[in-house]
Every structure is written in structure tokens, then in C-alpha cells.
Write a protein that binds this ligand. Structure first.
Ligand code: TRP
Length: 322
């Protein structure tokens, strides 16, 4: 329920997104991009190292093993733009391979200032790389990179870690099309996608026994308490991961363990939760390799090559803008 005052003096997308998401009819939701504040970004680093969560390591293994081969498909003068750089650790391999050829510009695009700082620190020793980071939304950042393109230069966009799987189905193609529209023909998109695997293995990847993923998800409520003055009681919410057979994705929720009312003063909001009602915070779609080729095609890209990890099914697909 909305309270009867204005929100004029409070700004920012978080406020509006919290307001819209928590007052929605039916399933309440919060956008997953808000998971990555300072604590969230660090917790995600820990998740990447958990034995149950294999995606980040698989992603890095492919890039480490095949970097030279990947960049051979992209000759000439290349500027690298990364959507969501995270710590930058995986990216090192591609940048190293490119910088053996010539000095290379790298533009990490991140909404998380913490991740951007980690990335700068991680890659600061690379001499043949110049780093210009953008603390922006993905497409805004990519427009900036495209505006800096030199004559004859091609852009290689890195979209790793299977973040594409966090979009729902029509939004995923729409997003790839928007990337395509910013690019020129013959530009590249290296797209990481987590692949289908047995459901129990997926569930434990998103609900690890140490509880790091639970802390990561619950931290979203901590952030809303801190930034919007809300009074979410963390002991009254539980992290839930479940597999949605219809969308073939893992869904993350925060479940209210009792009937309760939460106040969010800066959004002039009082939200009622029924016992077992959930806030949906993220979905992570799992792909079949041919599905990646298909969605790429629908978005205006040709899939030039695909690499799949042998230990943890994960694909890296090199797409060329048509
Ligand atoms: N993009 C990652 C994924 O879908 C993010 C992630 C990992 C995540 N574990 C999570 C997001 C738990 C929310 C909750 O794999």
C-alpha cells in the first residue's frame, strides 16, 4: 500500500524500483542489479569460489585456455568493452592475448563502483592496456565506447558470467538487439552462458550449504534498510532457490516466514507480506548450446565459434554483428 505523501525530495532508481516492485499485483519483485553494493559485490566474489558454484571458474577456464584462439578470430585494431566487469580476473586472459599484438584499450562498464575499483586494481599491472572505466548502465556505457571508436577499429564486447541468463525471455533478445544496434557490422560479442545441467546440481549452486548465496540475496534487504530507511527484519525472511521447469531457469526469492508489515519511509511505503509470500530477486536461465546460436541470430549476430567447458557445462560463444 502506498502512503499519501510525495517522493519529490528523494531521488534515484532504487527508490522507484523498490516502490514499483513491492507494490506489484501478484508476485512482488526487486531488480537483481541492486544485489551488487559493496557487501554484495564482495559476497559474489566469495560465491564464485564456492565448490557448488562452477560457472565463474568454467568461464575463466575457457578464457584462459582459448584466449589466443578467441582473439585470432578478431584481427586488427580492437577496443574491448566489458558489460559488468566484476573483479576483472577472467578478462585478464583476453586482454593479455590482445596486448601481445598491440596496445589495447579496455572499457569496463559497471554499475558497481566497488567492482570497478576491484577490476582496476586487478589489471593495473598490465602495461599494454589502457583502462577507462564507466560507472554506468550497460547500454549507456557501450554508447560511450562506440563514440570513442577510432577509424578502422572494431569493438569486442565481452558479456561474460551468464548475466544474459538473468534477463527474462523477450527481454534477453531485446537486450542483444540493443547491443547490436550500437555496434557496426563485423564488431564482436563474446557471450558467456551457463548451460543446462541436472536440477539438484543447479539448486545447490544457488543455495550453498555455507549460506553465502543466502547472505548475498538477503543483503538486498539490508541495502534497502540502509538506503531507504526500511525496517526489514532479516530473521523473518529466508533465501529460496527453485527451478522453474517452464522457463528452464533457477529462480531466487526471499520468503517471508510470517504475516508482517514492512515500512520503507523514504519510498512512503508500507508493504504487507503474507506468510510464505516471496519477493522474486533473480532468475538465471540455463541454455542449450544451439539455443545461444538461435537467439544470437534473432538479434542480428552470426555465431562464429563456440567453446564449451568440459568440467562444468558452460559455453563461450563468439558472435559477429551482421
Ligand atoms: N549472474 C549470476 C548467476 O545467475 C548471479 C548469481 C549467482 C546470483 N548466485 C546468485 C544472483 C544468487 C542472485 C542470487 O549465476
Amino acid at each position: 500500500m502506498l502512503m499519501n505523501t510525495t517522493i519529490a525530495e528523494v531521488s534515484g532508481d532504487l527508490l522507484l524500483d523498490v516502490r514499483n516492485g513491492l507494490t506489484k499485483e501478484g508476485q512482488k519483485e526487486l531488480p537483481s542489479k541492486y544485489l551488487y553494493d559493496e557487501v554484495g559485490s564482495k559476497l559474489f566474489e566469495v560465491i564464485s569460489g564456492l565448490p557448488e558454484y562452477g560457472a565463474t571458474r568454467a568461464d575463466e577456464r575457457i578464457l584462459h585456455t582459448h584466449a589466443d584462439e578467441i582473439v585470432e578470430h578478431a584481427p586488427g585494431d580492437i577496443a574491448v568493452a566489458e558489460l559488468g566487469s566484476g573483479s576483472g580476473r577472467k578478462t585478464r586472459w583476453i586482454l593479455e592475448a590482445l596486448s601481445r599484438r598491440r596496445h589495447t584499450s579496455y572499457f569496463p562498464i559497471e554499475i558497481s563502483a566497488t567492482a570497478l575499483a576491484m577490476c582496476r586494481r586487478e589489471l593495473s599491472d598490465m602495461e599494454a592496456i589502457s583502462i577507462v572505466g564507466f560507472e554506468r548502465e550497460y547500454l549507456d556505457g557501450l554508447l560511450e565506447v562506440a563514440a570513442r571508436r577510432r577509424d578502422g577499429q572494431r569493438i569486442l564486447v565481452l558479456f561474460l558470467g551468464s548475466t544474459i541468463g538473468n534477463f527474462d525471455h523477450p527481454a534477453e533478445i531485446r537486450f542483444l538487439r540493443e547491443i547490436r544496434m550500437i555496434l557496426d557490422p563485423q564488431d564482436f560479442l563474446l557471450l558467456g552462458t551457463d548451460l543446462e545441467k541436472p536440477i539438484p546440481q543447479l539448486i545447490v549452486a544457488y543455495d550453498d550449504p555455507l549460506g553465502v548465496t543466502a547472505a548475498f540475496n538477503l543483503n538486498l534487504l539490508v541495502r534497502i534498510n540502509r538506503e531507504l530507511g526500511a525496517d526489514f527484519d532479516l530473521t523473518q525472511f529466508r533465501h529460496v532457490a527453485r527451478f522453474n521447469l517452464a522457463t528452464r531457469g533457477v529462480e531466487m526469492h526471499l520468503r517471508s516466514t510470517c504475516d508482517q508489515v514492512v515500512r520503507v519511509p523514504k519510498a512512503d511505503l508500507c508493504v504487507r507480506f503474507l506468510r510464505d509470500e516471496t519477493i522474486w530477486t533473480e532468475s538465471s536461465h540455463k541454455y542449450a548450446p544451439e539455443e545461444v546460436v538461435q537467439i544470437a541470430k534473432e538479434a542480428g549476430f552470426h555465431c562464429e565459434a563456440q567453446w564449451i567447458d568440459g568440467e562444468w557445462p558452460f559455453a563461450e560463444s563468439l558472435l559477429i554483428a551482421q
